[in-house]
Design a protein around this ligand. Structure first.
Ligand code: SF4
Length: 169
């Protein structure tokens, strides 16, 4: 267990480049990995990607492969089983690249404390460019957080009821 953590930590810290500012590649492409948790945050991301929140208009999209992504977007508490998957995705991404944690589980483990199967959240394990708190954060909160990377305001949601942000970086 300790070895897995050490390899994982070293890999991420070596590649802990800051997120690039809005640059030649637009939109900013996110590669999502769900490392555990209940799956609720992943469902919110699916709602965000569905189109009603104008994610694409705000300059963000999802990449289908890590090779085409700018940012590794992580949901769920990290399990030992998923650590190699996450590491492989990170290594496959071109540089510069960054890490965004969506949901409390990805940040600090949330409802899932460390045990023999769970490493917990990514706090103190890797450099995190953006934390979007919540259990789960709403699609609008996720979009607000993404837009905050560049000092932008998120577009108004087409869906009624989507509201305020609870993000930190
Ligand atoms: S933060 Fe909440 S909704 Fe998201 S994966 Fe964890 S338990 Fe599920």
């Amino acid at each position: 267990m300790g070895l897995i953590r050490a390899v994982f930590d070293a890999s991420f810290r070596q590649g802990s480049a800051r997120l690039k500012p809005v640059g030649p590649r637009w939109p900013l492409l996110l590669f999502h990995v769900d490392t555990g948790g209940c799956g609720g945050c992943g469902m919110e991301l699916e709602a965000l990607a569905a189109g009603g929140y104008d994610m694409q208009g705000a300059g963000f999209g999802f990449a289908s492969t890590p090779q085409g992504a700018d940012v590794l977007l992580i949901t769920g508490a990290l399990t030992y089983a998923m650590a190699p998957v996450l590491e492989a995705a990170w290594k496959a991404m071109p540089t510069p690249k960054g890490v965004i944690c969506v949901g409390n589980c990805a940040i600090d483990g949330g409802l899932f404390p460390e045990n023999y199967t769970i490493m917990g959240g990514l706090n103190r394990k890797v450099h995190i460019n953006l934390r979007i708190k919540g259990c789960p954060p709403t699609p609008q909160e996720v979009l607000d957080g993404l837009c905050s990377l560049f000092g932008q305001r998120a577009p108004a949601a087409a869906y009624a009821g989507a509201s305020s942000s609870s993000t930190s970086s």
